[in-house]
Ligand binder design. Structure first.
Ligand SMILES: *Cc1c(COP(=O)(O)O)cnc(C)c1O
Length: 389
């Protein structure tokens, strides 16, 4: 197959037949995953009681400068446990972005506390200290920070705000493995911080998640909560309700192999971001992701596209047109204050978050997985140039 350049991209001559369907994500498992997984099977350690769980916890915690890591079943479970470990309860308020995944708000709702959602910045998609500050009341107990899509939230002013009001910080770093803020790792900022290892994340274990913290009491709470709160002195006696959110040795084996390769993964994500930025920069009517801020370089967990208001097409129509050309996409998050499930609970009745509302309707992301090839990116760009003209 002849190699193709920007001219082929612009005239759209890279065909589907040449490239095949392009999924929105395909993970890359090309390190020690297979070897470690075989080890689990050969030794018979397939449950959560196997050596890879602690190795993975230690490796991930070390990577983000934390004393403790507690592996759990997924990133949503990590948020449930993080909230519960802080003893957040009915009457408390937790402030979080409206523009995020439902796991964040669900964890607060299930704790019995009240979620308070705020808008976000139109360029980084992250909520800022100002957003949080405007929502603080005498009942606020914690701020939940979520780093969205590629750039971390501007942490220093947020941490100062939390400090000033004596609030806990829950940092959801599920999209930020390997990302830094002013040189410090994402996942190192919260009173407690969480990760997901779903296959579209920068570290995957198939399904999986982790909480990390420097606080030994919180770490112990989390270990107990993920394991049904068995009483260590008297098994099958429970002082508290927990979950079975354990991570298996097999998941941890894959996760460990993935952490070992995180530097390469981050470099590859940034390379994908750079290539797409070059291929798509001449496309008018769309906003590409911000490449850097004064505190971080874009990580491009996903490569996002926002259609300008002047474009007749909305994200839904653009995604349908791309799907017709066998190119996978995903819509942006649908804001929490617009979720039917929360409306039915009477939550967020008078909330408006104009930025979140706008980007939810105008934004989507294109294939951004680690297994993506240059040819596939060129094909995606060619179709984008044709479809979004
Ligand atoms: C993926 C993700 C989660 C949920 O993780 P799961 O492992 O899918 O449960 C939570 N928060 C954010 C920001 C995510 O991106």
């Amino acid at each position: 197959m002849k190699s193709s350049g920007i001219s082929d991209v612009l005239d759209g001559s890279l065909s589907y037949k040449a490239v095949g369907a392009i999924p929105v994500n395909q993970p890359l498992l090309n390190g020690n995953e297979q070897r470690y997984l075989n080890d689990c099977i050969e030794t018979g350690w397939i449950s959560s009681e196997g050596p890879y769980v602690e190795r993975f916890e230690a490796a991930m915690a070390a990577r983000v400068d934390r004393s403790y890591g507690v592996g759990v079943a997924n990133g949503s479970a990590a948020l449930d446990i993080a909230i519960a470990s802080l003893r957040i309860q009915p009457g408390d308020e937790v402030i979080l972005p409206s523009f995020t995944i439902i796991s964040c708000a669900a964890a607060v709702v299930r704790s019995g506390a009240t979620p308070v959602v705020v808008d976000c910045d139109p360029l980084t998609f992250n909520s800022t200290a100002q957003h949080y500050s405007d929502a603080i009341t005498s009942r606020t107990k914690a701020l939940m920070i979520v780093h969205i899509y590629g750039l971390p939230a501007d942490m220093d002013p947020i941490l100062a705000l939390a400090e000033k009001h004596g609030l806990a910080v829950i940092e959801d770093a599920a999209q930020m493995h390997g990302q830094t803020y002013k040189g410090r790792p994402c996942g190192s900022f919260g009173t407690i911080s969480t990760f997901s290892f779903y296959p579209n994340k920068l570290v995957t274990s198939g399904e999986g998640g982790m909480v990390v913290t420097n606080d030994p009491v919180l770490a112990e709470n989390c270990r107990s909560l993920r394991n049904l709160c068995f009483d260590p002195r008297q098994r099958f006696v429970h002082e508290e309700l927990g979950w079975n959110y354990r991570l298996t040795n097999m998941q941890a084996a894959i996760g460990l192999a993935q952490v070992e390769q995180l530097d390469e993964t981050v470099a590859r994500k940034r390379e994908i971001g750079k290539q797409y930025s070059e291929l798509l920069c001449s496309l008018s009517g769309v906003k590409l992701p911000v490449n850097r801020t004064d505190y971080a370089e874009g990580l491009y967990w996903v490569f996002s596209v926002i259609l300008d208001d002047e474009m007749e097409m909305d994200a839904k129509a653009a995604m349908a047109a791309l799907a017709e050309q066998k190119i996978g996409t995903r819509p942006f998050f649908w804001p929490m204050h617009m979720q039917p499930v929360f409306k039915k609970m009477g939550l967020f009745a008078d909330i408006s978050c104009p930025v979140a509302e706008r980007i939810a309707k105008r934004g989507f992301y294109i294939p951004s997985g680690l297994a993506l090839t240059t040819l596939q990116m060129q094909r995606v760009a060619a179709v984008m140039h044709k479809v979004l003209r």
